[in-house]
Design a protein around this ligand. Structure first.
Ligand SMILES: NC(=O)c1ccc[n+]([C@@H]2O[C@H](COP(=O)([O-])OP(=O)(O)OC[C@H]3O[C@@H](n4cnc5c(N)ncnc54)[C@H](O)[C@@H]3O)[C@@H](O)[C@H]2O)c1
Length: 329
């Protein structure tokens, strides 16, 4: 079973699992996901989609019966899209509902955590033993990282008490086909849209904050290794690309790939104060030694190659969305 199957990573994962011969039960409440993401395999004979909420314990118990593994990806990511309460509730309650089903059905629980759990720790690269440094409760961005830390703790507590096999994967900045086209999908989604429209790219802060972007096929590869390898059981891993880039350089790179070498990028810095009380993460790079050693994980797609593929996909997705809204209109 894959929860969050109509989202970005979930849809790519389900497609890869079907290609490997799995039977896949897909669950999503469609709060952020889109059926377009699963359209290419919705009718596959080994796929079954259920529109359901992961917080609905009875539904999760029923739908996961007979599953060997549940990859739990459904989550509420960015608090500023609603409020911190949705993030805390969906991520805590939804995860426990799947863990309760894991006790009943004895399946393996593989779940998404995030690089955000390293928070304000200035010492990069982050290994799994690095300190998790959070901010104060009146900065709502930390609700996301804290909800995922809670999920990690809960998974290991379920392992301790009930013997459920659990794996927690700390993903670093995913991008690629089926990414959400707003900030929900990450800065690259918004920057590609702006460059395609020849509009100014908004950058939060001074643009010198860094990230490590991971092409979605590499995230999917990490998940499949966690699913299939018993060596992964009851561990947590960084899953990401180790290439570090400033957000300003990401904007310039995307502009060049979309509009050509000679075009001068249009970029505007937006002060953090415009988000209310906000704290950013200055640098973010994974140390993936543990995933390399135990899972044989090694990212394959470099940023420029991945962005070229993502841009082509995004052009096509915008065409489909425009056609859909013209039809609805
Ligand atoms: N994309 C990344 O770069 C990244 C980085 C770190 C962690 N993660 C984690 O990986 C997971 C997948 O991320 P994504 O980028 O694919 O997100 P996404 O928002 O594209 O997909 C999540 C899906 O979950 C669904 N969902 C949300 N709440 C639900 C609920 N209560 N019941 C059922 N479905 C629900 C949404 O409709 C959506 O389709 C998330 O847990 C996220 O926190 C992602």
């Amino acid at each position: 079973m894959v929860t969050g199957v109509a989202g970005f990573i979930g849809s790519n994962l389900a497609e890869a699992m079907l290609a490997r011969g799995y039977e896949v039960v897909g669950v999503d409440n469609l709060s952020q996901g889109d059926l377009l993401n699963i359209e290419s395999f919705r009718q596959h004979e080994r796929f079954c989609f259920h529109q359901a909420d992961v917080c609905d314990e009875a539904a999760m118990l029923e739908l996961s019966a007979g599953c060997d593994v549940v990859v739990h990806l459904a989550a509420y990511k960015i608090p500023r899209y609603s409020d911190a309460l949705d993030t805390l509730r969906v991520n805590a309650h939804g995860s426990e509902s799947i863990l309760k089903a894991a006790v009943a059905h004895k399946f393996k629980f593989v779940a998404a955590s995030t690089s955000d759990v390293y928070g304000k720790n200035p010492q990069v690269p982050f290994s799994e033993d690095s300190a998790l440094v959070m901010g104060n409760p009146d900065v709502r961005r930390w609700a996301y990282a804290i909800s995922k830390m809670f999920e990690e703790q809960m998974a290991f507590a379920y392992h301790e008490r009930y013997g459920v096999d659990v794996v927690m994967l700390r993903f670093f900045g995913g991008y690629g086909p089926n990414q959400n086209l707003t900030w929900w999908g990450g800065p690259q989604s918004v920057f590609i849209n702006k460059a395609l429209d020849d509009e100014t790219i908004p950058i939060h802060g001074d643009g010198q904050q860094t990230r490590s972007f991971t092409y979605v096929s590499d995230h999917v590869d990490g998940i499949l290794r966690a699913v299939e390898k018993p060596e992964a059981n009851n561990h947590y891993f960084n899953i990401g690309n180790t290439y570090e880039i400033t957000i300003l350089d990401l904007a310039r790179l995307i502009w060049r790939l979309v509009r050509g070498e000679d075009s001068v990028p249009k970029i505007e810095m937006i002060p953090y104060e415009s988000f209310g009380k906000y704290e950013d993460v200055r640098r973010r790079i994974p140390d993936i030694t543990k995933a390399q050693a135990l899972l044989g994980f090694q990212p394959q797609v470099d940023l420029e190659t991945g962005l070229r593929q993502t841009i082509l996909w995004q052009i096509e997705r915008r065409r489909l969305l425009a056609a859909r809204s013209a039809f609805v209109g």
